[in-house]
Design a protein around this ligand. Structure first.
Ligand code: TPP
Ligand code: MG
Length: 659
């Protein structure tokens, strides 16, 4: 005796049993039955404009809620469109499930309508992916996907469902309790409810002693601190020992970043350079962490819940396998038991770090104010002062905001000044480093934290790439403020490399001479554009309008677009620093000298960069970019690898002698 059900019923029910009540996607003929059952069963589907935004939204949702994000795309173009967001989630360690449509099984290799080999495509950016060709296994794979995507380190899983198994016929459940090996309402603990793995007492004791032996120890917490939230344990351990800490990636904001022991902002680089030992916990080393190359003679202890994340290129005294939260908890207990009232706190070092922070913030603010005073033309809102103004606004007026960093140039000047106060409070594209993710991620963040302030910093390139999903936010009545740094170009400030006349790919001024290559249409009024469909919109051209416009946008309670007429000559913060790093060099100095059309000044800079890389004798000056002549620039960054810093210093000395 069996009972008749439609297979999409099984799919949707299994998803909801796993707590997946929210879904981001775009429908298609192949997905209609699933979409209808979402509606019937009360799953909330957010219908996007572009599938990449569906995956971005699912990722942001997972990061702000700590739960699984769910996204869905139809066959062919839908599946292809969504992969960009899934790839970002993969390289950001975010647990999402991607549901992909597929043709009839019989048509898989027959050039069917909208063909795609989704399973194969998604293999490269998921933990695993499965073409589920057996109805009796649907719910089993959904449950398996939900467990596996959350298993540390979290990452996406994709399921591809063929049309003939989800649309046509009622299916007879032979086992009324469910499907193959699937027990309805089974309450096995979910992955995040399982006991947290912890290093042994002895290992934790060794780590504690190792920290106390250091003169200037730092604790760096990465994405592993977010699953589950390590905030109380981190705060407790840091306050107990006076060891400063820094939160990275998905962990930003766990302990509010205005905590005195939290290092951030312009002082971070300096603190990293002075520190002698680093306890890294749940930190995945990657290019944004400079693969741990934080200076010579640094020593590490690495704690991760997965051995796969222990990084092999750094001098590591202890490797321990454990969850961040559980390990910190045990370490605090050990400190208390072992030292009682005589904890050898690192108070002097803590005070040094606090002084660095204050000084760093002061220097940055002075630079912002100085530039602001010089930038007085309408539409000349430079990213350096704007970064300060926007961070001040966030810190002072919307401290519980979730902020999404999409704008390339502006985000770089705002990110380290924002003192996030909510777990997962600063979201970005991670090492994928794309543009256009901000709109989808803003939607996911607002759905995950209903009614809380969400601010997405966009560039005008990102608006072109993902901007139409602002209509989704409007249609779904999601109050998100999209702030556009509208400099009318890709990659502000690149003319500094190539010269104002360079008729190449990324000169923001090439518009004047050769419409096309280098620029976007200048000053597309994004605020006005989205006002036409019902959003709140602002066009901002002068400094004193910035903060009031931001305030009005939040007060409107609507989807809002604040269009800041930005300066095309301001460059990304990294160009102050990483310019000596290999890939920036390769990217930006890609032409032989005889093809260079820039000014004499830019040629000179380029020659100098070649020299720094050992192609000829020493450069005449390490100051390649005149606008930043702050003596202390080099010290205030972890951007420049030490060997180049050394060279830069040598050059400075030589220059002094020559003078
Ligand atoms: C999806 C994607 N395509 C291309 C790139 C290469 N890219 C890096 S920055 C950039 C332009 C950024 O322009 P915008 O967001 O307007 O920033 P800004 O002008 O402030 O530098 C591009 C195209 C990318 N990062 N992501
Ligand atoms: Mg731009």
């Amino acid at each position: 005796m069996g009972s008749n059900v439609w297979s999409p019923q099984i799919i949707v029910r299994a998803l909801m049993e796993e707590g997946l009540h929210v879904n981001f996607g775009i429908t298609g003929g192949h997905m209609n039955s699933i979409d209808d059952y979402y509606r019937i069963y009360g799953n909330r589907m957010y219908h996007m404009r572009h599938e990449q935004a569906a995956a971005y939204a699912a990722e942001a949702y997972s990061k702000v809620t700590g739960k699984i994000g769910l996204c869905q795309a139809t066959v062919g173009p839908g599946t292809c469109n969504m992969i960009t967001g899934v790839n970002q989630a993969y390289y950001s360690n975010s647990p999402i499930i991607a549901i992909l449509g597929q043709t009839l099984r019989a048509d898989y290799d027959r050039n069917a309508f909208q063909p795609v080999k989704g399973t194969k495509m998604y293999e490269a950016c998921t933990k695993w992916t499965k073409f589920v060709d057996d109805v009796t296994m649907f719910s089993w794979y959904i449950r398996k996907a939900a467990r596996d995507c959350m298993a540390y380190p979290p990452a996406p899983v994709a399921l591809e469902l063929p049309l003939d198994l989800i649309e046509f016929a009622p299916y007879t459940l032979v086992n009324p309790a469910g499907q193959s090996n699937y027990i309805l309402d089974m309450r096995a603990p979910k992955v995040d409810e399982l006991p947290l793995p912890t290093p042994s007492d002895e290992e934790c004791e060794r780590i504690v002693e190792w920290l106390f032996e250091a003169e200037r120890p730092l604790i760096i917490i990465g994405h592993g601190g977010r699953w589950p939230d390590c905030a109380p344990e981190l705060k407790e351990f840091s306050e107990l020992t006076d060891i400063p800490f820094h939160q990275r990636r998905a962990c930003r904001g766990s302990v509010p970043e205005d905590h005195p022991l939290h290092i951030a902002g312009p002082a971070r680089g300096r603190a990293f350079r002075f520190a002698d030992r680093f306890l890294t916990m749940g930190l995945r080393f990657d290019v944004l962490e400079q693969w741990g190359a934080w200076g010579p003679d640094k020593r590490f202890v690495q704690v991760s819940q997965s051995p796969t994340e222990i990084w092999p290129e750094i001098v590591t005294d202890i490797e321990a396998i454990g969850n961040v939260k559980a390990t910190l908890k045990k370490m605090s207990k050990i400190v208390r038991n072992k030292y009682g009232a005589n904890i050898p706190k690192k108070t002097a070092w803590r005070d040094e770090v606090i002084a660095m922070k204050e000084r760093g913030e002061k220097l940055r603010r002075e630079r912002a104010e100085d530039l602001q005073a010089k930038m007085t033309l309408p539409g000349q809102l430079g990213a350096v002062p704007l970064g300060q103004i926007i961070a001040d606004f966030i810190n002072e007026e919307i401290p519980d905001a979730t902020v999404i960093l999409d704008s390339f140039t502006l985000s770089s000047w705002a990110s380290d000044l924002i003192k996030s106060r909510v777990t997962g409070g600063v979201l970005d594209a991670g090492i994928q480093g794309g543009v256009g993710h901000g709109v989808g991620m803003g939607i996911g963040a607002q759905v995950g934290r209903p009614g809380k302030p969400v601010l997405a910093l966009m560039g005008d390139a990102g608006m072109g790439n993902g901007g139409m999903d602002i209509e989704t936010a409007y249609r779904e009545d999601l109050p998100i403020v999209f702030v556009v740094y509208n400099n009318g170009c890709w990659l502000g400030g690149f003319n500094a490399f190539f010269g104002r006349d360079w008729n190449g790919a990324v000169n923001p001024h090439v518009r004047d001479t050769d419409k096309g290559q280098g620029t976007l249409t200048g000053r597309v009024p994004y605020g006005e554009m989205f006002k036409l469909i019902g959003c709140h919109g602002e066009e901002v051209t002068a400094w004193d309008q910035v903060r009031p416009a931001l305030r009005r946008a939040f007060e409107s309670g609507k989807t809002a677009v604040v269009d800041l007429h930005g300066d095309p000559d301001t460059w990304h913060a990294l160009f102050d620093t990483n310019i000596y790093d290999t890939f920036f060099f390769v990217m930006n100095h890609h032409l032989p000298e005889e093809l260079w059309q820039g000014s004499e000044e830019s040629k000179e800079r380029t020659r100098n960069v070649f020299k720094v890389f050992g192609y000829a004798e020493w450069p005449k000056t390490p100051k390649l970019f005149p606008p930043f002549d702050d003596k202390e620039d080099w010290d205030w960054t972890i951007g420049a690898p030490p060997k180049y810093l050394e060279k830069a210093k040598e050059c400075t000395e030589q220059l002094k002698k020559e003078k």
